[in-house]
Design a protein around this ligand. Structure first.
Ligand SMILES: Cc1cc2nc3c(=O)[nH]c(=O)nc-3n(C[C@H](O)[C@H](O)[C@H](O)COP(=O)(O)OP(=O)(O)OC[C@H]3O[C@@H](n4cnc5c(N)ncnc54)[C@H](O)[C@@H]3O)c2cc1C
Length: 466
């Protein structure tokens, strides 16, 4: 069969690219090595982690805030196997949704490992070893990433685990040691802390969620500490060893003092690495960089005509929505259109509670650029809506150009920040000034009023409710 486009990998980058190609009238094939479509995001990433975050949040609220709301519960307990079962159902329903979308768009789905024979020939090898070859004018590589580790850590996937196993445990850990204070470590650490585990996070840098605005990391640490998580920052892990059913983590703090932790599980969440194994890149001359990412130019072209790469396997934020935008971008490029992605405006989100979200430049980046900036912030403790729901932690921070008032960055930690950040993305996409947002009506009472108030604060300190 001759295809206009073959997509290798069915994660959010790959399946979205395939749908857009089909919408544009291109004959499209999608190759996935697993039986389940959706990639990391749907199977072992975004969706299952959010399912467990929601379940554990309900439990945490029932245990800690219901009483104050006037709801008394007796004999509250976690049914962990049901929590995991529900997560599994959420995943399979979402995966079925993707299967439906493939059928609806008449995309040919092929199960097996896709590899290049040459630039226009792709071989699909099934689990049983059967082979099929297809010819294609264009190929989009969307093979994603896999969990990374440290060279001296042997992941046994039983007690020394990655996020994949952490989403599928058989019991609630007594003491979970999390190596890495980034998004994945803190989200999964929160899940287990809420349902009764002691959770200790060891982070090499001097702050949590290092890529995000500095204020967010500090605030998040304060709140998570109140929730019971323990932190060792500026601490370098030197060994992780399994001793029976125990895991011993040895580390060194910034003073050079030894730190030793013992737990029953250790989650290694030190970042993810691009996945290109088995693709046969050498057969076509597609290059990878030192970090293992496929080299691609600003149009996501690999340097070999007709071969593109998107998502976690190329440079940039390892986020599902970034992969999706790139999938659409490449599909439209192949169809002869001139699409555009504004990478500055791809929001980052952490689904702890409170949630953290940010878009645009961080305060640290603007300082480094030497840009004259004004800052406005507004704490949720001054929000009526937040008081009603007892979500008083956190703040919204708006960074605007000192002269033009253009919004350059919005960072927030608070209730529903993951959803609220969309307002900031729209504002920045249309190059709004802080005053533009400050003069727009925001429904009362809503959490979004905090964005308006932070914009008022940035405009000559005019916040009304503080
Ligand atoms: C625990 C966790 C939570 C996360 N939460 C979020 C979140 O809340 N929001 C967010 O934006 N991001 C989140 N992410 C990141 C997100 O999952 C990734 O950024 C996203 O899945 C990348 O999409 P992708 O299409 O590039 O690749 P992937 O989703 O990794 O998909 C790649 C697919 O390619 C397949 N494949 C690889 N090689 C071959 C081959 N040779 N032949 C056939 N198939 C192949 C793989 O089996 C896989 O299915 C999370 C990640 C993890 C691990």
């Amino acid at each position: 069969m001759q295809y206009d486009v073959t997509v290798i990998g069915s994660g959010p980058g790959g399946y979205v690219a395939a749908i857009r190609c089909a919408q544009l009238g291109l004959k499209t094939a999608l190759i996935e090595k697993y039986n389940s479509l959706g990639g990391t995001c749907l199977n072992v990433g975004c969706i299952p982690s959010k399912a467990l975050l929601d379940s554990s949040e309900h439990y945490h609220n029932a245990a800690h805030t219901f009483k104050e709301h006037g709801i008394d519960l007796e004999n509250l307990k976690v049914n962990f196997s049901q929590m995991i079962k529900r997560k599994g159902e959420v995943v399979s329903q979402t995966v079925q949704g993707i299967e439906f979308l493939m059928k609806k768009n008449k995309i040919d789905v092929k199960t097996g490992v896709g590899s290049f024979v040459d630039k226009n020939t792709i071989k699909i090898t099934s689990e049983g070893g059967e082979e099929e070859q297809i010819t294609t004018k264009n190929t989009i590589i969307a093979t994603g990433s896999k969990p990374g580790t440290l060279p001296f850590i042997k992941l046994d996937k039983d007690r020394i685990i990655t996020s994949t196993e952490a989403l599928e445990l058989k019991e609630v850990p007594k003491h979970l040691i999390v190596i890495g204070g980034g998004v994945i470590g803190l989200e999964l650490g929160s899940v287990y802390s809420r349902i009764g585990s002691e959770v200790t996070v060891v982070e090499y840098m001097d702050r949590l969620i290092p890529g995000m605005d500095g204020t967010m990391g500090k605030e998040l640490q304060k709140v998570l500490k109140k929730q019971g998580l323990k932190f060792h920052l500026s601490t370098k892990v030197t060994s992780v060893e399994r001793q029976g059913d125990e895991v011993v983590v040895k580390a060194e703090n910034k003073k050079g003092e030894p730190v030793e932790l013992k737990g029953d599980y250790c989650l290694v969440s030190v970042g993810r690495i691009p996945f290109t194994k088995g693709l046969g890149l050498e057969n076509v001359g597609v290059k990878t960089d030192k970090a293992g990412r496929i080299e691609a130019d600003e149009h996501l072209r690999t340097g070999v005509e007709g071969i593109y790469a998107i998502g976690d396997v190329v440079k940039g934020a390892m986020l599902a929505h970034k992969a999706e935008e790139e999938g659409v971008y490449v599909a439209e490029t192949i169809a002869g259109q001139k699409p555009h992605i504004n990478y500055l405006l791809i929001p980052g989100v952490v689904y702890t509670w409170p949630e953290v979200a940010g878009v645009g430049y961080t305060e640290e980046q603007l300082k480094e650029q030497g840009r004259a900036v004004k800052t406005g912030s507004f704490p949720f403790k001054a929000s009526g809506r937040a008081r009603a729901s007892m979500d008083l932690d956190g703040l919204v921070k708006v960074l605007a150009d000192k002269e033009t008032d253009e919004i350059l960055g919005v960072h927030m930690i608070g209730p529903r920040a993951a959803d609220m950040i969309a307002e900031a993305v729209v504002a920045m996409e249309f190059r709004a000034s802080a005053e533009d947002i400050a003069r727009m009506s925001h429904a009362h009472p809503t959490f979004t009023e905090a964005i308006k108030e932070a914009c008022l604060a940035a405009s000559d300190n005019r916040a009304l409710h503080i």
